[in-house]
Design a protein around this ligand. Structure first.
Ligand SMILES: Cc1cc2nc3c(=O)[nH]c(=O)nc-3n(C[C@H](O)[C@H](O)[C@H](O)COP(=O)(O)OP(=O)(O)OC[C@H]3O[C@@H](n4cnc5c(N)ncnc54)[C@H](O)[C@@H]3O)c2cc1C
Length: 392
């Protein structure tokens, strides 16, 4: 029989212990606003257009969704958020949230910003990891070519070497700063190229401690096999591999492209299969903890509970250095705060950057929190429950 879980994600008192009544009411208003799909669609299109037309909407965005989901426009601006999380034993995975850049100057700027974050994080226990996107460091089309084994021109070969050099520099600084580097997973048609770079970096940098982490998107039906591949590579080359487990953020795009180009979709047939593989990946990592360090990066309560319960069953300490949990800043506090209270290693994924550059990220968050069925979203239900408990 399964032991009774020691953790309860319905405890809204712990979940919202970091929020005053005023903050709670504000959050209720914001999630209520996002709950309506028509309204969310209107506001996200209007925000996109206004930014493009340079209309003065920055103030409005900054004081609403930006405030909820981002740490600040600069690294320094994230400090109050970091301090507040630290008070509740919650760390941060800092992410430079700027997306969709396309030239060498911008790639260098992103690399320098990553190095800057690592230097900022050095010696701060509450910033155990930072995250990076390979598409922030090179052109998407180049990754597509590398992925497809296309013969590169001389210039493209140089670009590829520059990308490798940038990532080596960043990983070296991460090693010196004793901070982990999560490499995000992206579209499947560039993912082999990303995985290959992470294998190369892991073999070089993960010998003494785990610095660099793959991301496995379990909505792909081949990712359990990929986790085995990571383990075998670690055994063969004598290092400990890092894996961040996610479900995956590009499902519709993946399915659409597969249908258009007439190839078999890499995505699982249904949500149940994704959920099954996600939890199986947790089990796989727990069974190979000597050789794998992993992060349960999900808002799914069942998966978080599964990991926490299995750890207890196996007598694995909650603060085991090879296991961490993470949720996005501004979402699923009932998971983060309750895990932290129970002594697990848990962090919020905290993006920062200029308002206009993080709009795509904010739009994804707004869409995620809208209700398709007309019911209250999970976040809204929990806030509502806590407001009733506090009688505010
Ligand atoms: C800390 C952190 C880091 C992240 N990093 C990345 C990253 O590097 N790359 C990335 O792609 N995403 C990343 N994500 C986002 C993640 O992949 C999910 O999109 C998001 O977290 C929602 O999934 P869930 O596990 O939280 O919750 P759930 O709500 O339980 O699951 C929703 C997810 O299930 C899957 N799904 C939904 N319907 C179906 C269906 N019909 N068939 C098959 N699968 C389905 C989709 O992946 C969907 O996003 C990250 C998330 C977190 C919290």
């Amino acid at each position: 029989m399964e032991p009774a879980p020691k953790i309860n994600f319905n405890n809204t008192q712990i979940a919202f212990s970091g929020k005053s009544n005023k903050e709670l009411k504000w959050e209720y208003w914001l999630f209520k606003l996002m709950n309506n799909p028509g309204r969310t669609k209107f506001f996200t299109s209007a925000a996109n257009l206004s930014i493009k037309l340079h209309l003065p909407v920055k103030w409005m965005i900054k004081n609403t969704v930006y405030e909820q989901f981002c740490g600040g426009e600069t690294l320094e601006e994230t400090i109050p958020v970091l301090n507040k999380l630290e008070k509740f034993s919650i760390g941060a995975i800092i992410d430079y949230g700027v997306e969709g850049k396309e030239n060498e100057e911008e790639f260098e700027r992103t690399k320098n910003e990553l190095i800057n974050i690592l230097q900022f994080a050095k010696g701060k226990k509450n910033i155990p990891f930072i995250s990076c996107k390979v598409t922030g460091l090179t052109r998407f089309v180049l990754l597509e070519k590398i992925n497809g084994d296309v013969v590169l021109s001389e210039d493209e070969e140089k670009e590829k070497q520059k990308l490798y050099e940038r990532l080596r520099q960043v990983t070296q600084v991460a090693t010196d700063a004793n901070v982990g580097l999560f490499v995000d997973a992206e579209e499947s048609w560039i993912q082999d190229a990303i995985d290959e770079i992470v294998f190369i970096l892991s073999r070089e940098f993960n010998k003494e401690k785990v610095v660099v982490f793959h991301t496995a998107q379990m909505y792909r039906h081949d990712r359990l096999a990929f986790c085995s591949k990571c383990l075998n590579d670690a055994k063969q080359h004598n290092y400990v591999c890092g894996i961040k487990l996610v479900r995956g953020a590009y499902m519709e795009k993946e399915r659409k492209r597969a249908a258009e180009k007439n190839y078999a979709s890499p995505i699982q047939p249904d949500k149940e299969s994704t959920d099954k593989d996600y939890d199986a990946a947790i089990d796989f990592c727990l069974d190979n903890l000597e050789k794998i360090s992993f992060c349960v990066a999900t808002h799914n309560e069942k998966s978080n509970l599964h990991a926490a319960t299995e750890m207890d069953k196996k007598y694995i300490p909650h603060n085991h250095p090879h296991i961490s949990f993470s949720q996005l800043y501004g979402m699923s506090d009932q998971i983060t705060y309750n895990l932290a209270k129970a002594g697990y290693n848990v962090s919020k994924y905290l993006p920062y950057g200029p308002v206009k550059d993080v709009i795509p990220y904010l739009i994804r968050r707004a869409n995620e929190n809208t209700s398709v069925s007309g019911q209250m979203s999970r976040e809204l239900l929990l806030i509502d429950k806590e407001m009733k408990r506090r009688k505010v």
